[in-house]
Design a protein around this ligand. Sequence first.
Ligand code: FES
Ligand SMILES: [Fe+2]
Length: 386
Amino acid sequence: MEFPAHLTQFKRMLTSLATERTAKLAKPFHIAPEIYFDAGRAKAELDKLFHRLPLVLGHESALPKAGDVMTLDLVERPLILMRARDGQIRGFLNACRHRGARLADCPEPARKSALICPYHNWTYDLNGHLKHVPCIETFPGLNTAQHGLTPVPLEVRHGVIWGIPQAGASMDLDGFLAGIGADLDVFGFGAMHGFARAVTRRKTNWKLVMDAFLESYHVVRLHHKTVGPFFQDGAAILDQVGPHIRSIVARQEFPEIANLPESAWDARRHASFAYVLYPNTVLVLHPDYTSILGMFPAGTDHTDFVHVMLTPHAPRNEKERDHWQRSFELIEGGVFQAEDLWISERIQAGLRSGANTRFTFGQLEYGIKVFHQNLDRDLGTRSIED
Ligand code: FES
Ligand SMILES: [Fe+2]
């Protein structure tokens, strides 16, 4: 076992399985459906979470070389990410400093030497500096140094691109990570390879999708035709690390560890580790690849779901490529889209019907309570009722 925190979770899981499946962590609790469709709440989430906290915007491997540029259109803030010749990846708002025209369209990364605005050809270098203004003599007194692209805080750490999509924001990444970075290093995030990426817009509030990754109660049921049979029923352990969550769900192989030395306990064979990186990212460590999932609100009733699949290295031959491609199709299409997002849409569709004045959550859904308590703290709301 690679890491003390993982070892501790495995030991607690052993005890929990030996005694009773349900960890008596919390009483059942309730949440009102309104939090998933209220427009005021959605606005507060943008202001206080998505435009204020470091978000996972991608994996460093998406922009491997100088001149690599990628655009993101999430949470009402169009962004350009660029790797400059000094090796740094920087983030800017995707809007020209002349009259605001959108500069680039690269949802798939592309290599560029400069950004040229299509309207009047103001031209920016890879550092975002304004380098050329046609007919500049007609702008007497223009200070080009003050008309570079508008930066947003951005930093690569543990292979992950973190950023706050808000001009003028400041980012204290160490304080925010609260130590969870050690886990990312253990799993070797920095050295991984971005194998596939998919972005879809689904008709569900982002928090319903988060909720689906915060409990193991549904795993053998909703996923009974796909990944459900790989897991023990409702056997999960969860810890808070600052605002983030480290959790494991026991795989069918988990009981083997009772007869194995600790050195042979395997964080990927015996269990599936998953992390919630607050507020909207989920990392799932599958046996031989990793999913980074981002749930970005698009209004009250829609979510932009971003799935980056990381493999330990680039495929070395066709067989490896085919294997990981099939894995991506199964997990992205067959599990996340067709099951987790599908059921989230089926909740959203009935939220306003009045069928439930509040939802009742059981002890196996404790992770949802932890997550919503963290949201309540930042939003000044009280969503959890006993
Ligand atoms: S708006 Fe970009 S050059 Fe005019
Ligand atoms: Fe699920």
